[in-house]
Ligand binder design. Sequence first.
Ligand code: PLP
Length: 400
Amino acid sequence: MPPATSRSIALVERYCAPNYHPLPVVLSRGRGPFVWDAEGRRYFDFLSAYSAVNQGHGHPRIVAAAKAQLGRLALPSRAFHNDRLGPFLKKLCALTGMERALPMNSGAEAVETAIKAMRLWGYRVKAVAPDRAEIVVCEGNFHGRTTTIVGFSSDPGSREGFGPATPGFISVPFGDASALERAIGPNAVAFLFEPIQGEGGVVLPPDGWLKAVRDICSRHRVLMCADEIQTGLGRTGKMFACQHEGVVPDLYILGKALSGGLYPVSAVCGSDEVLNLLTPGTHGSTFGGNPLACAIGEAALNVIVGEKLPQKAARTGAYLLGRLKTLRHPKLKEVRGRGLMLALEFSVPVRPLVEDLMRRGLLAKDTHERTVRLAPPLILTKAQAEAAFRIVGDAVAAFI
Ligand SMILES: Cc1ncc(COP(=O)(O)O)c(C=O)c1O
């Protein structure tokens, strides 16, 4: 390992809480679908910062919007109006087809915001008895790392040691519509789910599940809340993954690519009936909805729409999935995905494989030990997809 690289890694290992296990590469530059390490070696970025960089690294239009806004005004707080919040939220509402949006920063904060909004709706509109509201969630979910959220995770590594868990959550198997219907009692206010489980290992539900969920939620007067922080904004080949089944949820939770990776920007989008319940003093954030975030968010959305990134993800994703399905390896159990949210599942731990991919010039991440997730920026061209496929093919062929 070059001395500058080992020095950088040693500093982090000495001073940072060891809450990640990064690959031994030190990145210092990014452009489009590529990143470069401190020695100038180029890599395909096939993680895209967990799908935050759908638009590619350093997208010139988003960078220009950020720079222009940095020189004007970054953070006056929501104690005053700012001239960037309205235009950003208008665009976001037009894109989602929702009436209102509430801007936050990280994805987990937006999920927490949605949980508060859904409970409030349960008490004020559905007339659930105080403190009895229940939210149904899925086994294998990943919605973030705050204490309430990890309390309803089924992953022991996320949950254990952080109790007591917040009450009011019921878990059902992902993709099982009848289990959802059975779990809905008189106090159920919402169903919170990912249309495709991302951190759970790129797990796709059976066809028809989203439609069934919409029907069940409507019949039982339960809010359908789609966490599209990872699947949304083009990643799966549609603007929102719910659109694969022509379904519109009651709430969308968005984050990650809402800023193209330049800044933490998230939001909850929904109806007047739900979001108007959050009155002054009931919720807020010092940074949420600041002009810098809004300028970046608006530019990020313009790039997704203007460059037709969902359509690109659908085309390039179908091509790459077809190529990956030609791979043969005795330990390769399944190749799956939708759009540019793809995965190779093996029957053995894949950390050595992702380390070999890194040495060959492609950065990807192992998830749940046996799955390699492949999620490049959506701007990836077909030629780049083919070049990346060849790297993956060579590494899989060499994988013991
Ligand atoms: C579906 C989903 N929800 C929520 C989150 C949490 O987002 P953040 O890490 O920005 O808090 C993630 C992050 O991976 C996610 O994939």
